[in-house]
Design a protein around this ligand. Sequence first.
Ligand SMILES: C[S@@+](CC[C@H](N)C(=O)[O-])C[C@H]1O[C@@H](n2cnc3c(N)ncnc32)[C@H](O)[C@@H]1O
Length: 322
Amino acid sequence: MRRRRNRPEAREQTEGADRHSASAHRPVMVREVMEFLNVRPEGIYVDATVGAGGHSAEIAQRLGSGRLLGIDRDPQALQVAGEHLAPFREKLILMRGNFAEIDALHAASGLPPADGVVADLGMSSLQLGDRERGFSFSASGPLDMRMDPAGPVTAEEIVNRSRESELADLIQRWGQERHSRRIARAIVKARPIRTTTELVQVVMRAIPSRTGLHQIHPATRTFMALRIAVNRELENLEMFLSRVLRVLAPTGRLVILSFHSLEDRLVKRTFRAWEREGRAILLRRKAVRPSEDEIRQNPRARSARLRAVEKPGAEVKAGDGS
Ligand SMILES: C[S@@+](CC[C@H](N)C(=O)[O-])C[C@H]1O[C@@H](n2cnc3c(N)ncnc32)[C@H](O)[C@@H]1O
């Protein structure tokens, strides 16, 4: 029996299709995210991945006296979010930072414990659409791929400095690419590689062409693997999960949208462990997927998986008068 390989990130899969269209900044699964967050007008909320501010705007609209903390590691995203969220300025705090440090960022905001935290993982359409950032295999740019431009490692450094076996492991692990060894060999032979276009050409020459209506671009998995490695995405998610419950108030909710099966698996396992330990209540046992309608209108939503938990309420102490 053939094992099903993990789905590549749909945001990347369809990158050529809608990069410049109005749907490029459309937030994914907004209705479902809002349903699970259950925003209360006086509540405190944290958007750990504010991006262009799509989900944040929906939260802010529902706030009265409540407050929203928006975090992103990308200063360009914060600038766009600041403009988009200008009508809600009084309710909003924007902070640059890595959600791996969610507890420290939340503490620095001075806000009380949160009634809801949302994280919409991966890269944004803004990042993908800016060729200078180097995320896109369909536009020529420098091999950068850092979400935080001050980050210590670029894709170019990984591509040109890693050993062949390291590259192969990385492309296999994060990209689930079955031709990882061939691609790594071809990269090492072609070095130095400086641009996205050069890398695409090397990958395309290295592997058999994939044909068929539903085939993804041959460089999809290699680009995804490099992006995940450059930004240490799984490590940061792990840190985030180890700290986020400290930020939540009793009955506070956590909603996570993931686009990669490794991320979703980590979220699923963590939530189940929390449930066993009595630290959280699963709001749904299975991941919630986008509707057919949303996928039709916004193909980037295709691989989204939403999971949500609630922190248990504070225990009523004996003699509380109840
Ligand atoms: C998919 S986008 C979010 C889009 C946003 N929900 C919206 O509706 O516009 C993900 C964002 O998370 C940011 N990001 C990814 N990893 C991060 C991390 N570890 N810490 C903080 N921000 C991160 C990226 O820079 C990007 O702007």
